[in-house]
Design a protein around this ligand. Structure first.
Ligand SMILES: Nc1ncnc2c1ncn2[C@@H]1O[C@H](COP(=O)(O)OP(=O)(O)OP(=O)(O)O)[C@@H](O)[C@H]1O
Ligand SMILES: Nc1nc2c(ncn2[C@@H]2O[C@H](COP(=O)(O)O)[C@@H](O)[C@H]2O)c(=O)[nH]1
Length: 197
């Protein structure tokens, strides 16, 4: 199947597992993949750019987008709201552009319901200890936020079976190769969870 005919792919996994790192590498190697830019009420981290990493909005604007039906999915995560603008995703899919969403478990569940043809991939850490190490090592959140993210991470880890495939993020390059292979040949994916270590 040519890349242009591929379906929507969702990448989820606990905070700190390496989703953004994997997506950045994937886009470097495969610029033809389009990544949805989410809306969030979270404050920007140093270096994050409005319109590139996120659309940073306040709570009132987020509520307006929800009420106007402008979000394909949305969720609260660790004290902030996050959502996927609907129109750009539908446009890219209609154009046949391979489309990737990097979203949390609740968002993935909503996409599963509204677009059951989407491929849902769970990114797992090599171990819980390594996840904690990565999240703390990133140094972007204070300890109380890290604790909330780890609490959410326990719930996300318990939901791995809801996904079509699990990729364990031991090596970023390996994960990228597997991810692009899955986007290239989604027919090879069975409906039961397929853990690729
Ligand atoms: N395979 C890997 N081995 C070691 N460190 C990694 C690996 N992948 C990512 N990291 C590191 O882990 C940290 C968290 O990665 P990243 O920010 O990409 O996670 P995330 O899943 O996008 O988190 P969040 O959901 O909180 O945004 C970063 O410091 C990153 O450099
Ligand atoms: N349901 C959604 N979740 C999203 C979206 N964009 C990002 N996320 C997820 O939120 C957490 C925290 O992200 P961070 O940038 O603050 O570390 C993480 O799991 C992201 O995948 C979205 O549009 N919808």
């Amino acid at each position: 199947m040519p890349l242009s005919e591929r379906r929507l792919t969702v990448l989820s996994g606990p905070s700190g597992v390496g989703k953004s790192t994997v997506v950045a590498e994937l886009r470097r190697a495969h610029p033809e993949v389009w990544l949805s830019v989410s809306v969030t009420t979270r404050r920007p981290r140093p270096g994050e750019v409005h319109g590139v990493h996120y659309f940073f909005v306040d709570g009132a604007e987020f509520d307006r987008l929800v009420e106007a039906g402008e979000l394909l999915e949305w969720a609260e995560f660790a004290g902030n709201s996050y959502g996927t603008p609907r129109e750009p995703v539908l446009k890219k899919l209609a154009e046949g552009v391979p489309t990737l969403l990097e979203i949390d478990l609740e968002g993935a569940r909503q996409v599963r319901r509204s677009m059951p043809e989407a491929l849902l991939i769970f990114l797992a850490p090599p171990s819980w200890e390594e996840l904690e190490k990565r999240l703390r090592g990133r140094g972007t959140e204070p300890e109380e936020v890290i604790a909330r993210r780890l609490e959410a991470g326990r719930i996300e880890m318990a939901a791995e079976d809801e996904f079509d495939v699990t990729l364990v993020n031991t090596n970023v390059q390996d994960v990228c190769h597997r991810l692009i292979a899955l986007m290239t040949d989604p027919q090879g994916v069975t409906t039961t969870t397929n853990r690729e270590v």
